[in-house]
Ligand binder design. Structure first.
Ligand code: IMP
Ligand code: MG
Length: 187
């Protein structure tokens, strides 16, 4: 086996969404969300989906001038070195304070839609006043396009991507852009 380079860039075949494009789009999404929620009565609860939604949520929340709270939720769908979704499962409890709140679910990517569909249902069942979803990227495939999602940053080809929160076997989340992993790297 080839020794692994400490530089993550070396494992990337091509960049799909670069750092500047992400920054600009996050600001645009923030403005839209800010204006959509400006007139609403009640609490705003951001629900970042761990672990991939962490980077996007951290950037997006700083674009919002509202009083808000964070409630983390952990969902897993890609065990270990798998690059295929095995269905979504919530790990642990849903965040507290959902009842009566305006919940905005924040995730890195919309792929099969299982994660967002599951969370939407569970959060409505907890008595939220409203639920909306926000993803940075959405894969151009029928299941993703058919999944309700109020805010989406970019549509990308249906390929396995990493960076800006997205991982392969828990690595690459810290890349500041979204790119396609070289085939040789996938085990
Ligand atoms: P879905 O439930 O199939 O829509 O998938 C959503 C979850 O799968 C996301 O929260 C990601 O963590 C993960 N995921 C989907 N596509 C990719 C990808 O291309 N790279 C890395 N993770 C992905
Ligand atoms: Mg995820």
């Amino acid at each position: 086996m080839m020794p692994r380079s400490p530089r993550l860039d070396h494992d990337i075949e091509r960049v799909l969404v670069d750092r500047a494009a992400i920054e600009q789009r996050v600001a645009e999404l923030g403005e839209r969300i800010a204006s959509d929620y400006a007139g609403r009565e009640g609490r705003l609860l951001l629900v970042p989906v761990m672990t991939g939604g962490l980077v996007f949520a951290a950037d997006l929340m700083r674009q919002l001038p509202h009083r808000l709270r964070l409630g983390l939720v952990t969902v897993s769908s890609y065990p270990g070195t798998s690059t295929e979704s095995r269905g979504a499962a919530i790990r642990g409890a849903l965040p507290a304070g959902l009842e009566g709140a305006h919940a905005l679910i924040i995730d890195d990517i919309l792929d099969t839609g299982r994660t967002l569909t599951l969370l939407r249902h569970e959060i409505i069942a907890k008595g939220a006043a409203s639920v909306a979803t926000c993803v940075l990227v959405r894969k151009d495939k029928p299941e993703a396009m058919a999944t309700p999602c109020e805010y989406s940053g970019f549509d990308i080809p249906d390929e396995f991507v990493v960076g800006y929160g997205l991982d392969y076997d828990d690595e690459y989340r810290n890349l500041p852009y979204i790119g396609v992993l070289r085939r040789e790297v996938i085990r």
